[in-house]
Structures are given as C-alpha cells and as structure tokens.
Design a protein around this ligand. Sequence first.
Ligand SMILES: N[C@@H](CCC(=O)N[C@@H](CS)C(=O)NCC(=O)O)C(=O)O
Length: 254
Amino acid sequence: MDYKTVAEAKDLPGLRLALTIGGPAPWSQAAKSILEVKHIPYIPVAQHAGEANAELVAWTGHRNAPVAVYDNEPARTGWYEILLLAERLAPTPSLLPSAVEDRALMIGLSNELCGEQGFTWQARHIMFDTILKMQGEAFRQSPMVAAYGYSADNAAAAPAKIMPILRALAARLRAQQRTGSRYFIGAQLTALDLYWANMSQVIDPYPPDKNPMPNFFRSMWAPVRESVESAIDPVLIAHRDFIFEQHLSLPLDF
Ligand SMILES: N[C@@H](CCC(=O)N[C@@H](CS)C(=O)NCC(=O)O)C(=O)O
C-alpha cells in the first residue's frame, strides 16, 4: 500500500481512508474490501496502531482506524456508516440486500462480527491478554487498553461470547447451502461475506504467502483460536476461502 501522511492527504479531494499500517487490522481490511469490490478509488492514509496519531485526531477527531473522509464531509469510522458511504459512492454492486428482512438479518449478523462487544471486539480482549504477557505491564498505558475496554475478566469471558456467534454463522451457511446459495444472505455477495472473510483472519490467519503479517500478529492471535477452537466449523473457513477466491485479492496488503 502506498500510504500518504495526514499532512499530504487532508486537503486532497475525494475519498481518503486512514488504515492501520503494518498489519491486517480487521476493520481496516474490511473497509478496504468493500471499496475493492465496488471499485471505489481512495487515498490510503497511515494510522499507527496504539500511537497518539495526533495529526489524524486534529484532522478527523479520531485516533484509530479506519477513518473515511469524503471531500469535506464529516469523518466516518463505524463499519456501517462506511458501508453506507460506499453504497452512495458506487451503488452497484450493492453489498446491502434490497429486501427488508434480508437486510435486517445481514446488518444484525454484521454487527455480531464488527460491532462493539461483537466477535472481533471480544477476540481483541484475548489478544490484549497475550500482549500483556509478551510485553509486560507497560502495555497497560497503551491508549488501546482503555478505548477497547480490556480487562482480565473481559478476556476470560470472551470465548463464551465468541463461540455462539461462530455457531450462528456456521448454521446460517449450512442453511444457505441447502437452498443452493454460496453466500450468507440471499443468492449474492453482501458486506457480511466480506466482513467474515477479513475478521476470520483473527482465528485462522492465512499463511505468510497470502497474509505476510509480522510474526507478532500470529503470536497474538493464536490464543484466540485455541480458546474457541471447538466452534470453528470447517464450513466457516471454506466460506472465507471462497470469498477471497471469487471476490478479493491476495496476498493481503497493508
Ligand atoms: N470504528 C470501528 C472499529 C475500529 C477499531 O476497532 N479499530 C482498531 C482495530 S482495526 C484499531 O484501529 N486499532 C489500532 C489502534 O487503536 O490504534 C467500528 O466501529 O466499526
């Protein structure tokens, strides 16, 4: 990725997208996938994980990533508001089902994956537990610890919150297979498929040829997998592979 600094990007027109540099940060990767499928051009802007990102805060009001800024519009950070912006900029292919009930289900399941307290949020508690063991107590000073609500108790409770989400997604895929669909909702790709393809790296990262992330990430994420292993139905992993093969590009780029 050819990242610009905030200073280089903030006065440019069009879509600027602040992304965590140096690793496959799940929400950043998910936002990129939406733009890739819709062929929406954007300028990647570097966000540095765990750092103050003072220039980004001064420009957008946000420290973390992703942050999407289109022309002079307000910054967007939530997975859903970024999706709606992408739908407006490139209505086709739509990644939101047109039928109300399908859309409601898709948004609800996406929230289970991407929302506050959802799958990746919970996985992060386990990940932070591991970083504390690797880096020591100094990690508690990271702005990420308070921002994302880490505590040892929350980390201990996380697997029991993650596993029902995995089971619901697997059940959904199996039900869809019975109707002849390869996708989570209806008969075509939605943003939910893209969210899963990216967020599932946390429990089953691609090998280095497809996901050339620093080994540090593999060490951080391995305990997440171990703690939820019994809920990882192979249908979930096969779906991730199908989505990357059919709709996205590899190796991951960050
Ligand atoms: N704002 C996003 C979540 C963003 C998020 O959690 N970002 C994290 C993981 S990609 C991040 O930027 N971590 C690095 C940091 O905080 O510096 C949403 O609600 O959809």
